[in-house]
Ligand binder design. Structure first.
Ligand SMILES: [Zn+2]
Ligand SMILES: [Zn+2]
Length: 100
């Protein structure tokens, strides 16, 4: 994915988040979020947008899951294409907060 496509995707995704959510926090999209597995914290909402370098799979995840990935995993397996990649190649973009 080149930078321009990433920028466009980011704007589209961000626009959806900002339009659809109004005052509600954006939910974490991790499959095991509600159970608190894999470092997820059920009370948290999504604070990061994770983009995989393989097939472009992306998802919004909570902060504790990001920290768990960054500190405890050297490799990550994509849920969609099942390729395994170094965690350092994953892009994490912090979502803007809407508190102000
Ligand atoms: Zn989560
Ligand atoms: Zn993939």
């Amino acid at each position: 994915m080149n930078g321009l496509v990433a920028d466009m995707l980011f704007e589209t995704h961000l626009d959806l988040i900002l339009r659809n959510e109004e005052d509600r926090p954006t939910p974490c999209e991790g499959q095991t979020h509600a159970e608190g597995k894999n470092g997820h914290t059920p009370e948290q909402h999504a604070e990061f947008w994770m983009i995989l370098p393989c097939c472009g799979f992306d998802m919004l995840i909570c902060r504790s899951r990001v920290e768990n990935l960054r500190t405890r995993y050297d490799f990550f397996s994509c849920e969609t294409c099942h390729r395994v990649m170094p965690t350092s190649t994953i892009t994490f973009i912090e979502l803007p907060t809407r508190e102000a």
